[in-house]
Design a protein around this ligand. Sequence first.
Ligand code: ADP
Length: 402
Amino acid sequence: MKILVINCGSSSIKYSLLDMEREETLAQGLIEKIGEEYSIFRQKASGREIEKITRIENHEHGLRLILDSLKNPSIGVIRDQSEISAVGHRVVHGGSDFVGSTIIDDEVIETIRKYSPLAPLHNPPNLAGITVLRSLLPRIPHVAVFDTAFHQTMPEVAYLYPIPYEYYEKYGIRRYGFHGTSHRYVSQRAAEILGRSPKELRIITCHLGNGCSITAVDRGRSVDTSMGFTPLEGVPMGTRSGDIDPSIVQFIAEVENLTLKEVYEILNKRSGLLGVSGVSNDVREIKKAADSGDHRAEIALEILAYRVKKYIGAYAAVMGGVDVVVFTAGIGENAHYVRSKICEGLEFLGITLDEDRNRDPAKWNGVISAEGSRVKVLVVPTREDLIIAKETLEAIERAGAS
Ligand code: ADP
């Protein structure tokens, strides 16, 4: 069975075609700069990489190009698009309506549309991808896999903000949380690696990529997560500030004579690691600068580690302890120095890293804590395409069984 996984952004489309029997990615690609003068189309398939610079007018044009290239005799991996059995669509915001992945029908589309104001950069392009692909591939199931779904188990005490309750009732202002598919997958995979059931573990998952979020997974259920109403809350990220005093927004607007929209643009696009370091949003660049004595680069990494550490402490308190800490995504999987800094000083919680293991996690099946460490620390690569494909399959099986 082959499943196509689609992640439509405002001007980009990421896609993968997976063979579910072998859990193997057959083709993977990316279209960027849709609607601009020159768009970029890249695909990796059968060991070959292609790159085309061409004008791609809109999402429909891009998706048609993707289907064509998947079945192209020289660069493709299928003979006919009837080989695709289902499509898994990543949808960022499912609000409080979805606790899991779901087969897309007109009602689901309406609900995703309803949450568009809460994720204006994400849900509309997600919907564009769904609409176009449902018309291009009408005979197969399309499944929505939500970033927010895994966090729907959070209790009220974690998801309600201490602001007037009527705003929750009227506008749905509450913590939703994101990266849910990744937190779910890496927590389950960590338990599997340790030969334990997730039901007996208190796990803190640290998804540290361009976007960063930390989740408390208490015996298999998300009970709190650092991203909130939007993906701006929580730990600092590549270009996003994470938690700040809300009064800063008004202050900057006043002293810099900016609109609120402009200030939020700064908090989303010019803050975080980039804002503090002034070097880059890429940890590799920042590390290079820090190593050559750039103080702002050094302090940017320190702030990231310090704030992740604070969340680990907070979530250990929330769960009455912690058994496992998991690192994943670009920074979490690759930046051993960031993992070291985060775990430094957490011995009181039972967390002790083995530095040799930390530098080469793959050699140790991902387990980087020291032999006697009470809390196990793991690096688990997240595979968002595979997770979305698996959830797609599960949703189809559930629908078939009901
Ligand atoms: P996204 O959230 O876009 O999927 P990723 O999970 O790919 O992002 O994470 C991107 C981040 O991972 C970048 O900030 C980059 O600094 C970091 N990263 C990727 N590879 C490495 C590496 N080898 N060492 C350190 N950091 C890395």
